[in-house]
Design a protein around this ligand. Structure first.
Ligand code: HEM
Ligand code: HEM
Length: 168
């Protein structure tokens, strides 16, 4: 069979193919930390927004949690979509197929969740509570799936390392 990297017109040594496996997991573990931080910023903004006018509210508002959350959130959206595509690409380059298992399905589901959560941003900015609640529910599900994705992802990376050193 013509290998996937040959179809792309590039010959990859087995070392490079092995090395490619580490880009996606490293990127995604950093993304998990960034997602938790973005969640913290979003929550701080909610607390600030709901606080009655006071000196404390003014002090919190100075920290611009809403703008910082928006910047982090947007970056996370881009990196998650790219990382998902990357995980699929590397799996295909190395195996000539995808493995339809929990990691693939949950990864695709997470990508749909974060796209939908980001899509209600204009309504949140208009002050619509339904949009805020939708955003929070979708992103809470996202964080839950992310924890599971880390577990199945680490299982995959351990299997890849084991197979490489066993010469498979
Ligand atoms: C949390 C830490 C994560 C770890 C440690 C991890 C690890 C891995 C590993 C080792 C692979 C095999 C391909 C490769 O080596 O590059 C992989 C594939 C993949 N990853 Fe991840 N991943 C993580 C998070 C994510 C997230 C957040 C998504 C999507 C939003 C995702 C989506 C995918 C997909 C779709 C594949 C292809 C699966 C297949 O066809 O078998 N991963 N991941
Ligand atoms: C997909 C990327 C994301 C984008 C584009 C985004 C964007 C936004 C925007 C525009 C707001 C409204 C800010 C305002 O009212 O000025 C917001 C609020 C919020 N976001 Fe996100 N966000 C993202 C990801 C996340 C994630 C991953 C979490 C949680 C882990 C999260 C949790 C929250 C919370 C708790 C609020 C406060 C809602 C309220 O004011 O009641 N967001 N987000």
């Amino acid at each position: 069979m013509t290998s996937p990297s040959a179809i792309l017109g590039i010959a990859l040594s087995s070392e490079i193919k092995f090395g490619l496996n580490f880009i996606h997991p490293i990127m995604m573990v950093a993304l998990l930390a960034a997602t938790l931080y973005a969640g913290y910023l979003g929550w701080q903004w909610r607390v600030t927004r709901q606080m009655p006018a006071s000196e404390e509210k003014k002090a919190l508002a100075k920290q611009r949690f809403n703008q910082r959350h928006y910047i982090w959130g947007s970056a996370i959206l881009a990196i998650m979509v790219t990382g998902n595509v990357g995980g699929i690409a590397v799996t295909y380059i190395n195996n000539g197929k995808l493995f339809v298992g929990p990691h693939l399905i949950a990864g695709l589901g997470m990508t749909a969740l974060i796209a939908s959560a980001a899509a209600v941003s204009p309504q949140m900015q208009k002050g619509q509570d339904w949009a805020r609640n939708t955003h929070i529910v979708l992103n809470t599900a996202l964080v839950g799936l992310f924890g599971w994705q880390a577990v199945t992802g680490i299982q995959i990376i351990l299997r890849i390392i084991r197979n490489y050193y066993n010469g498979n």
